[in-house]
Design a protein around this ligand. Structure first.
Ligand code: SF4
Length: 189
């Protein structure tokens, strides 16, 4: 890890137990991917070698809610699928966080139809919204880092008087500028 080189082996460090717990917790987030559409491909790219989500300790996708503490909703949610999403959220361990990735998960996107959920935050508490269609992997990494900052600040998700989870509701700002599309291209046959 390199820390042995920076500190001699007989060095004593003191800190609070809570800080150690927060450090361990934020350095080992286990995501539960709920990827239903094209945003899922960007989610896969985020975990792959080019973007390497492992640098943030969050690459262990579990596909098992009882072992996960970060739900990433990536893609549109059909009304029929909604009970499955809710069941997965309820089965995840506490404390747990939720990222809504992309326009479809947050608002239904272009699918303004009776069969599509118009925002998963109507049914589960969302902590970080990631804009884009699809968001780039950098944006998803920024969302994971936002969750890590919350954990570092010991801001364990609060609950209201009724015992229900209060969502943090952090909306990320786009961190890239769109480029103009190429014009004047022709296809040779
Ligand atoms: S936000 Fe865009 S990229 Fe993501 S699932 Fe919806 S249509 Fe696909």
């Amino acid at each position: 890890m390199g820390i042995e080189a920076a500190l001699s082996t007989d060095t004593v460090l003191t800190t609070s137990l809570q800080r150690v717990i927060n450090w361990a917790r934020r350095s080992s987030i286990w995501p539960m991917p709920f990827a239903t559409a094209c945003c899922g491909i960007e989610l896969m790219a985020t975990a792959s070698s080019r973007y390497d989500l492992a640098r943030f300790g969050a690459e262990v996708m579990r596909f098992s809610p009882r072992q996960s503490d970060l739900l990433i909703v990536a893609g549109r949610i059909a009304i029929k699928t909604l009970p499955v999403l809710q069941r997965i959220y309820e089965q995840m361990t506490e404390p747990k966080w939720v990222i809504s990735m992309g326009a479809c998960a947050s608002t239904g996107g272009v699918f303004d139809t009776y069969a599509t959920v118009q925002g998963c935050d109507q049914f589960i508490p969302v902590d970080v919204y990631v804009p884009g269609c699809p968001p780039r992997p950098e944006m998803l990494i920024e969302a994971v880092m936002a969750i890590q900052r919350i954990i570092d600040e010991d801001n364990i998700p609060p609950k209201g008087p009724d015992g229900k989870r209060i969502p943090l509701g952090i909306a990320l700002q786009p961190n890239y500028a769109t480029r103009p599309q190429p014009v004047g291209l022709s296809v040779s046959r």
